[in-house]
Design a protein around this ligand. Structure first.
Ligand SMILES: [Zn+2]
Length: 115
C-alpha cells in the first residue's frame, strides 16, 4: 500500500458516503411516513440538565423530528394513534437522520417559500 493508493481509497470511501447520504435523503423525501409506522419518544424532564424534548421517528425510512412548541411537520399525526417507544431503542434501532426544531423550522420556511 502506498500513500497514493490510500488517498484513492479515501476518495472512494467519501464517494460512497455521499452516495449513501443522497439515497437516504431520497428515501426519506419519498416516504409517506404512514401513521401506523410512526413511533414517539416521550418528553423527559430533568432536574439537573435541560429537559429532553419528545421526538417521532418513521420506522420505514428513519426520518426523525424533534417535537417542541409548534409541533411536528412531516410526522404530524394524532398522538393517540402513535405507539410509544423508549429513547434508547428509537435511537438504536430506527433513527437514521434526526432533525432538531430549528432545522425543521428552517426547512419548512424554505419549502413554503418555494411553493
Ligand atoms: Zn418515513
Amino acid at each position: 500500500m502506498t500513500r497514493e493508493a490510500l488517498a484513492k481509497l479515501d476518495f472512494k470511501i467519501q464517494a460512497l458516503k455521499d452516495l449513501r447520504e443522497a439515497k437516504l435523503l431520497i428515501m426519506q423525501e419519498t416516504c409517506q411516513h404512514p401513521t401506523d409506522e410512526l413511533l414517539e419518544v416521550a418528553y423527559e424532564p430533568s432536574m439537573f440538565f435541560d429537559a429532553r424534548p419528545p421526538f417521532r421517528v418513521c420506522k420505514l425510512c428513519g426520518y426523525a423530528e424533534e417535537g417542541w412548541g409548534c409541533g411536528y411537520w412531516k410526522l404530524n399525526a394524532p398522538r393517540e394513534e402513535i405507539a410509544q417507544i423508549s429513547r434508547e431503542k428509537a435511537r438504536r434501532d430506527y433513527v437514521l437522520k434526526f432533525y432538531y426544531q430549528e432545522e425543521i423550522t428552517k426547512r419548512r420556511r424554505n419549502t413554503e417559500r418555494l411553493g
